[in-house]
Design a protein around this ligand. Structure first.
Ligand SMILES: C[S@@+](CC[C@H](N)C(=O)[O-])C[C@H]1O[C@@H](n2cnc3c(N)ncnc32)[C@H](O)[C@@H]1O
Length: 295
């Protein structure tokens, strides 16, 4: 039987790897790497670094080109475009597992952040398994998601006392607006800075780009006050690097305008509070990005 590990590798900082992930890396015979093209070479580099540090001698690496997704599809054509992309990706996975991994060997997919969050690897493996052309088992090793990294770097919780938190995409936020009954909304995969549509709401934003990497940028504050600065900073950073990954938390403030993340907002809690912490780090006062991130 072939065995696959789906390993969450954290969202940028090589030190976010769990001990479980380190053990799985060292037990892997073949790593499957999907090349997403030149512009995301930084992401491949993290994977290469992790292999250099933790994989065992003699391991093999099988690289395949990640099929391109049609990102021009309008909202109505979005689901079919994603379905088509997933099917083509499943073909690639099927070939990798079928041809590059021998019976009795262990293969691994290294997944950015946590495999359970906005990542298609688990669904695709299920699809390949269901095709029945090659037999394998698979295990999932959780990783530190960009959402956890964002909260940690801003020193805040994700929810307020006894309140729900929702994780969504920029596309969905643009389509449906702010969900009622949710005070804390984490937004991922937002290419259009959708937060800027909500500056007339009483919201606090915690924004982070390239979290965990030397290029990390953090900005937080009342949305009305910092929205423009985030837009400018984001545009500049994207132009400089050619790509950007950012995530943000939108927090509705309580009646007194005071948040209570996790009930731990008292003195000494370490939580960054609206109007108190402002920019946490990684972003200079003039709005330009600095390299003040972790290692
Ligand atoms: C396809 S999803 C993958 C999420 C990943 N599985 C996780 O657990 O974070 C990609 C989105 O995650 C967020 N993201 C991933 N890494 C990030 C980072 N280092 N800094 C900021 N946002 C990040 C961005 O919103 C990006 O658009």
């Amino acid at each position: 039987m072939k065995e696959i590990h789906v390993i969450g590798i954290g969202s940028g900082d090589p030190e976010q790897l769990t001990l479980q992930a380190v053990r799985a890396l060292a037990a892997t015979d073949v790593f499957f790497l999907l090349d997403k093209g030149e512009e995301k070479a930084d992401l491949i580099r993290l994977r290469e670094l992790l292999l250099a540090r933790h994989a065992r001698p003699g391991h093999r690496v099988a690289v395949a080109r990640d099929p391109d997704r049609d990102r021009t599809a309008p909202t109505r054509g979005y689901a079919p475009a994603v379905d088509d992309w997933r099917r083509r990706r499943a073909d690639v996975y099927e070939r990798l597992i079928g041809e590059e991994l021998a019976d009795g060997e262990r293969g691994a997919f290294l997944v950015w952040g946590d495999p359970a969050l906005y990542d298609s690897t688990l669904g695709i493996l299920q699809e390949v398994h269901a095709r029945g052309t090659t037999d394998f088992t698979w295990t999932v090793i959780p990783g530190i998601s960009s959402v956890s990294a964002l909260a940690a770097r801003h020193r805040t919780g994700l929810n307020q006392v006894g309140r729900p938190v929702q994780i969504t995409t920029g596309r969905r936020l643009a389509d449906t607006g702010l969900p009622p009954d949710v005070d804390d909304l984490v937004v991922m995969l937002d290419a259009h800075q959708t937060f800027a549509r909500f500056t007339d709401h009483d919201l606090h934003i915690y924004w982070g780009a390239y979290l965990g990497t030397p290029d990390e940028i953090l900005i937080s504050g009342p949305l009305t006050e910092v929205a423009d600065r985030i837009r400018t900073t984001r545009d500049q950073a994207r132009a400089r690097k050619g790509w950007i990954m950012d995530t943000y938390l939108l927090r509705r403030l309580g009646p007194a305008g005071v948040e209570g993340p996790q009930g731990a907002s008292g003195p000494g809690s370490g939580a960054a509070r609206p109007g108190e912490a402002g920019d946490v780090s990684g972003e200079s006062g003039d709005g330009s990005a600095s390299a003040d991130g972790p290692g």
